[in-house]
Design a protein around this ligand. Structure first.
Ligand code: MN
Length: 291
């Protein structure tokens, strides 16, 4: 099932090019709010029946006629894996963007996760806005995002998948350090619109193996990133095991699993197209931020 948030925070199920409005199943407290999809995820076990009923009588709209929002605009936590593909570690470690801090290119096994400000999330209809920082470089990173279903605290590796509700296409837009600037990772990845999400959450049953998912990203018509999640250094189970020993992961939390090699610069005027196989596709213009 492909779950979207649209227009005034309505909840829809996407089937082909149609969206079925199932907002009525959302608890009144959260209906029409950025927390509507979180409510659906949190109460998924009891809402499956009502959701089927609602689908049968749902108002249908053409996908092209609605404005899709980030499917999880305000997760409680937005975690991300650093340096989780060998070829990406290689390309970064020799480059002028290599952080002076040697720990910065450690995998999630050594370094754990990092946190992006949840306010950096934007939706499939929002441009990527680059702040006015002359001479600086901004990179694209396409990633498979995990959406947490059941709360996860100290989960064992073999149980980790029980806590995954579904998947989402994530971009982890990044301001790179250089010889003169060494801002912290949190700041560099937290500018508003630096975490495009969507266009939908795909439930886990639709992705038979999350470590066999193709990732591709184009800037304009140039293919920049092409990889598969089988090359993750630290797999999905271990990412969740390790993170859940640090903090409880909550329904609707998002964990971006890291980007493969091929990262490169984006500038205003570019169009970024990211495809996470079976999960989703984002096509976003890059603009100069107006504030
Ligand atoms: Mn990343």
């Amino acid at each position: 099932m492909r779950i979207a948030l649209f227009d005034e925070c309505r909840v829809g199920i996407v089937v082909g090019t149609t969206i079925h409005d199932v907002t009525e199943v959302i608890d009144e407290r959260w209906r029409g709010t950025p927390y509507a999809t979180t409510d659906l995820i949190e109460r998924w076990d009891v809402l499956q029946g009502p959701l089927e009923d609602a689908l049968g009588r749902a108002q249908q709209r053409a996908l092209a006629d609605v404005r899709l929002l980030a499917p999880l605009p305000r997760p409680r936590q937005l975690l991300a894996a650093p340096a989780n593909y060998h070829a990406h570690v290689e390309e970064m470690s020799g480059s002028r963007f290599a952080p002076s801090n040697a720990q910065a290119l450690q995998s999630p096994r050594e370094a754990g996760f990092f946190v992006k400000a949840a306010g950096s999330i934007s939706g499939p209809a929002d441009p990527i806005e680059l702040p006015d920082l002359p001479g600086r470089t901004f990179h694209h990173e396409v990633e498979l995002g995990l959406v947490i279903g059941k709360a996860a605290r100290a989960v064992a590796r073999q149980d980790a998948h029980r806590h995954i509700f579904g998947y989402v296409c994530v971009l982890d837009i990044t301001l790179r350090v250089d010889g003169e600037h060494q801002e912290g990772r949190t700041l560099r990845k937290s500018f508003e619109t630096f975490t495009p999400l969507g266009p939908v959450i795909v439930t886990a049953d639709e992705i038979p193996d999350d470590e066999d998912v193709d990732l591709r990203l184009w800037v304009n018509d140039e293919l920049r990133q092409e990889a598969n999640t089988r090359d993750l250094l630290v797999g999905v189970d271990e990412l969740l095991e390790r993170a859940s020993r640090v903090v409880t992961l909550h329904p609707g939390d998002v964990y971006a699993t890291g980007t493969p090699d091929g990262v490169g610069p984006i500038v205003p005027g570019d169009t970024v197209r990211a495809v996470v196989g079976g999960v989703g596709e984002l096509t976003l213009p890059v603009v100069q931020r107006g504030w």
